[in-house]
Design a protein around this ligand. Structure first.
Ligand code: M6R
Length: 369
């Protein structure tokens, strides 16, 4: 069943181009119109939504954090993202105008289920984004958009995450479409760029050997930090989570702008720091800020592992290790930037002698609160 791969995780990483293509299939037409009638959210609900709340756990929560940037930017609706385990204990403000999006690969995560039950009791409309047909979360939701990642066996989520992102982008664009937001050049570009993502992922996967080599060379380290800004921040959190789960290393993700508010004190001689660099095109302010963050940490001895767009010459001089990813619009960058982090964690875990498909203390679906 591993089809010649050493682990399910490696197989599932390799399946990501197909998983993304399958999740897009039939959901956008050639003119860029979103075709999501299957979701069965009544049009009046879409029009009358005044707030979006995303609830999820673990990696699915990171997908939600990224979705917030897309939803707010494309729909102009306020969007909150909350860990499902925290959500219902804080008396959240929910009503008929709230669209709650519950993201779950398994569809059985108890915290997410309890959060959506609470939301429905308060009158909110719940849309599930789920990878498992007929599981409890979609059954108990008002509507569902399935991700078509196929079965994910490894405990660490990889292809489910990428397809959750795709589903979130589709929902965001669809909400924008229904609410009459102007589909300007940017949205048209995003829709056609989404179609190119499977090809971009193939290219990323072909260039992973240096990432594997780097991972092996870091097997003796205790700590790895991850930094990002904007959508790169949740990607940093996801990179750190993968490393914790698989390599059992101390790994933390930070918003790069927070460095000077504390984390920079952790920077020490030789400490590996992975930095997600936004595209130098578009929002170049973000790019310039992160280049100066890289200079700051490098001046303090960090060993910088820089994930940047191909041809980004401004950042290259400050990268001890440069990992290049294809040019895609900023909001979509997590799709291509996450893959090297998955490969990195998987290889590092293997180099440390860990079982990657079944990390200690973890279960694939967490059906207790
Ligand atoms: O099945 P779910 O998407 O609801 O699971 C949520 C988390 O338990 C899950 O993403 C977990 O964090 C993974 N082990 C991450 O790799």
């Amino acid at each position: 069943e591993k089809s010649g791969y050493a682990s399910f995780m490696l197989k599932e990483i390799a399946e990501q181009p197909k998983a993304v293509a399958d999740t897009l299939l039939g959901r956008v037409d050639e003119s860029g119109t979103l075709l999501l009638d299957e979701v069965r959210v009544p049009p009046e609900v879409l029009r009358e939504t005044s707030k979006v709340v995303v609830v999820a756990c673990g990696t699915a929560f990171h997908a939600g954090l990224i979705a917030k940037y897309a939803i707010e930017h494309w729909t102009r609706l306020p969007c909150e993202v909350e860990l499902a385990s925290e959500f219902r204990y804080r008396d959240p403000i929910l009503d008929h105008g709230t669209l709650v999006i519950a993201i779950s690969q398994s569809g059985e995560t108890m915290d997410t289920l309890m959060a959506l039950r609470h939301a429905r009791e308060q009158g909110a409309h719940v849309l599930a984004i789920c990878n498992t047909n007929g599981s409890t979360i979609p059954r108990e939701s008002d509507a569902v958009l399935y991700t078509h990642a196929g079965p994910e066996v490894a405990v660490a989520s990889t292809k489910a995450f990428l397809t959750q992102l795709v589903a979130c982008y589709l929902v965001a664009l669809w909400l924008a479409q229904h609410r009459g937001e102007k589909f300007g050049d940017e949205i048209g570009e995003v829709v056609s760029e989404l179609a190119g993502i499977p090809g971009d992922l193939e290219r990323v996967l072909e260039t992973m050997e240096p990432v594997r080599e780097l991972a092996r060379s870091l097997a003796g380290h205790d700590t790895v930090l991850f930094l990002g800004r904007h959508v790169g921040y949740p990607v940093a959190l996801e990179g750190a989570l993968k490393l914790k789960e698989l390599a059992y290393m101390h790994a933390e993700g930070f918003a790069a702008g927070e460095l000077k508010h504390g984390p920079i004190a952790l920077i020490d001689q030789g400490l590996p720091v992975v930095v997600l660099v936004p595209s130098p095109r578009g929002r170049s302010v973000l790019h310039d800020k992160i280049v100066s963050n890289i200079q700051e940490i490098r001046a303090r001895g960090a060993r910088t592992v820089v994930i940047a767009e191909e041809g980004d010459e401004a950042v290259a001089p400050y990268a001890d290790h440069l990992i290049e990813i294809p040019e895609v619009p900023t909001l979509l960058q997590p799709l291509v930037a996450t893959v090297p982090l998955q490969v990195f964690a998987c290889e590092l875990a293997t180099a440390r002698g860990n079982e990657v498909d079944q990390p200690r203390n973890l279960a694939k679906s967490v059906t207790v609160e």
